[in-house]
Design a protein around this ligand. Structure first.
Ligand SMILES: *[C@@H]1O[C@H](CO)[C@@H](O)[C@H](O)[C@H]1NC(C)=O
Ligand SMILES: *[C@@H]1O[C@H](CO)[C@@H](O)[C@H](O)[C@H]1NC(C)=O
Ligand SMILES: *[C@@H]1O[C@H](CO)[C@@H](O)[C@H](O)[C@H]1NC(C)=O
Length: 342
């Protein structure tokens, strides 16, 4: 067991940097103004103090993780309209304060998605995978801006991509993953989420008279907002709905896979494609229906915390397998994660 004082600053910084930071609940309608408090947040690093073998002690994050001494609480709050400024930090020792301060220059990974990624998932008994991603990363902050119920269209129309673009800086990452709320028909009603059907630049006029764009149009425009600020963008197709619900596990890529891939091509070298749907589909096929059905307590869309831990792990595996630039911040190896490269 390592003592607290033996932890290096770098190790503490790595742990502090990887704790999840949630943009808070204080939105006041679709276009929450700059005065809103949506970036207040709080997170505990204690969960990071997991069991890890001392053999991995060369990694700064692993050193901290192998200690039974947790950084007991790290409450980070930041204000809207600033570049994720850390305005107050409450920690258990002066050493940790210094470590947190030294981490504020680290890049941020912003998460843009729906309930399958968001804190709280799709309700009781479920959780979004973005909540578990930070534990596999080091040297970055993670800000989970995923919002339940959103689509590429509504995330655009509610100014959520713009809000991220306003704070993103060169060297940051933005992970964009939509699709669960983008389908449906615009012919007789408009739920403000359904995209215009199509792989290109088609437009639809909703029953309300709105001009509605396609998924790739929204995603490409959002990604370009980020890359224009020097951020790298990772675009993923949605997580699968339970691919085992018929009793036999079978994943078929939805149309959003090709759409997301086409947006990556349209954005260029600052964008990369992670086929999260395929990786999760493969992992769930390998686990089989009994195990996978238990991951879906309420419906076929929203996994339990256990299920979403695997969903997050498959994203990490895909980063490593494809040698994504963000893999430089992954603490794990491919061989430590169940599943194989696609
Ligand atoms: C954008 O949101 C506003 C406010 O909810 C709504 O009236 C409008 O129809 C939406 N437009 C589109 C294109 O979704
Ligand atoms: C994505 O597009 C590239 C070409 O840009 C292609 O080689 C690849 O197979 C596509 N992947 C998927 C999953 O559609
Ligand atoms: C990566 O390693 C960290 C530290 O041991 C662990 O908390 C996390 O769950 C691992 N991630 C995956 C995807 O296995």
């Amino acid at each position: 067991m390592k003592s607290f004082v033996s932890l290096s600053l770098a190790a503490l910084a790595a742990v502090a940097a990887a704790v999840p930071v949630e943009h808070g609940p204080g939105r006041f309608g679709p276009h929450g103004g700059p005065g809103s408090s949506r970036y207040s947040s709080s997170a505990s690093a204690s969960a990071v103090a997991a069991s890890t073998t001392a053999a991995a002690a060369t990694s700064a994050a692993a050193v901290a993780a192998s200690s039974s001494v947790a950084v007991s609480s790290v409450a980070v709050s930041s204000v809207a309209a600033s570049s994720v400024a850390v305005s107050s930090v409450a920690v258990s020792s002066a050493t940790a304060v210094a470590a947190v301060a030294s981490s504020t220059g680290t890049p941020t990974v912003y998460l843009a998605g729906d309930s399958t990624m968001a804190k709280g998932g799709g309700g009781t008994g479920t959780e979004g995978w973005g909540v578990f991603l930070p534990y596999s990363l080091t040297g970055v902050k993670v800000v989970n801006d995923a919002k339940a119920g959103t689509s590429a269209r509504s995330y655009t129309n509610e100014s959520r991509f713009q809000d991220i673009a306003d704070v993103v800086t060169a060297g940051d990452w933005v992970i964009i993953e939509f699709g669960h709320n983008d389908g449906g028909s615009l012919s007789t009603t408009d739920n403000l989420r359904t995209d215009c059907y199509g792989a290109g630049s088609e437009t639809c006029t909703s029953v309300n008279g709105d001009i509605v764009q396609t998924y790739p149009t929204y995603i490409t425009a959002a990604a370009k907002l980020m890359t224009a600020k020097g951020a790298q963008v990772i675009i993923s197709p949605p997580t699968p709905d339970n691919p085992c619900e018929t009793g036999t596990c079978s994943y078929t890529a939805p149309r959003f896979t090709a759409y997301a891939n086409s947006s990556v091509a349209a954005v260029g070298s600052m964008a990369t494609f992670i086929d999260h749907g395929q990786y999760v589909g493969n992992a769930f096929e390998a686990l089989g229906p009994t195990t996978v059905d238990a991951f879906y307590p309420n419906d076929h869309t929203h996994p339990s915390p256990t299920g979403s831990t695997i969903v997050a792990a498959q994203f990490v595996l895909a980063l490593l397998c494809s040698n994504n630039p963000l893999a430089a911040h992954v603490v794990n190896t491919t061989s430590s994660i169940t599943g194989s490269c696609v």
